[in-house]
Design a protein around this ligand. Structure first.
Ligand SMILES: Nc1ncnc2c1ncn2[C@@H]1O[C@H](COP(=O)(O)OP(=O)(O)O)[C@@H](O)[C@H]1O
Ligand SMILES: [Mg+2]
Length: 224
């Protein structure tokens, strides 16, 4: 199994000593090559679940396993290393560095990981071409449209060949048609790489593309 949640609970400490339970005893399993849509109301725990899957945050109790290895109990440093090697992330508001170029944004994960520069540039160039942005490598991303920015973010997320791509409302800031084009590319590239995809969406049309759907209600996941 690629990703497993075993009785995962997440509580947040609130000011005044209270706690908020964002996830209640979540069990889930995602296999290599699966595409899974996660839907639920605002505040239901979707981003919390993705952050835990990415190892950005740790569960209050329960275990999270990546490729059978428990990551929830690792140190922050080891979890970060695991994330960089295994997981790619895509966000609603892209989270690009606006003043850097398309190429620089895509190369960023490789720089951080200390990957060899020539091979990284070649891979970045291939990805940029694949998403239809060939010729735009040196342009600052702040000059791009939303759909173009999300395509750059997709290249960056895939730069280090993740096994698992996590996308938090990747079309939430795009018009329908642009969102469709981004999802087309996302599915194409994830399928080619035989990676798994877990994405959050509010759109039924976007969710319908997944091989499996999960719904979350007040921190409880229901699968189908
Ligand atoms: N860092 C945090 N500290 C306290 N509460 C948080 C924190 N992050 C999220 N929450 C709360 O946890 C619940 C789930 O949030 P979130 O996972 O962001 O939901 P969603 O992504 O489905 O909108 C919400 O009630 C939210 O206010
Ligand atoms: Mg959210």
């Amino acid at each position: 199994m690629l990703l497993e949640f075993q009785r995962v609970r997440k509580e947040y400490a609130l000011p005044g000593g209270k706690t908020l339970t964002a996830l209640h005893t979540v069990d889930l399993a995602i296999r290599q090559g699966e595409t899974v849509a996660l839907t639920g109301r605002s505040g239901s725990g979707k981003s919390t679940l993705l952050h835990l899957a990415a190892g950005i945050d740790r569960p209050t109790s329960g275990s999270i396993l990546l490729r059978g290895r428990e990551v929830s109990s690792l140190s922050d440093r080891a979890r970060t290393r695991e994330r960089r090697n295994t997981v790619g992330l895509l966000y609603q508001f892209f989270h690009l560095l606006p003043h850097l170029s398309v190429m620089e944004n895509v190369l960023l994960p490789a720089w951080i990981a200390g990957d060899p520069a020539p091979a990284s540039r070649a891979r970045a160039g291939e990805l940029i071409e694949r998403v239809g942005l060939a010729g735009r490598e040196r342009q600052a991303v702040e000059q791009l449209s939303g759909g173009e920015m999300q395509r750059v973010a997709l290249c960056r997320a895939l730069m280090r060949k993740p096994l698992l791509l996590l996308a938090d409302e990747p079309t939430g800031n795009l018009d329908d048609e642009t969102g469709r084009a981004v999802m087309d590319l996302l599915f194409e590239l994830v399928t080619d790489a035989d990676a798994a995809l877990l994405y959050v969406t509010h759109s039924d049309e976007v969710a319908a593309r997944a091989s499996r759907r999960l719904a979350i209600h007040s921190g409880r996941v229901e699968g189908s």
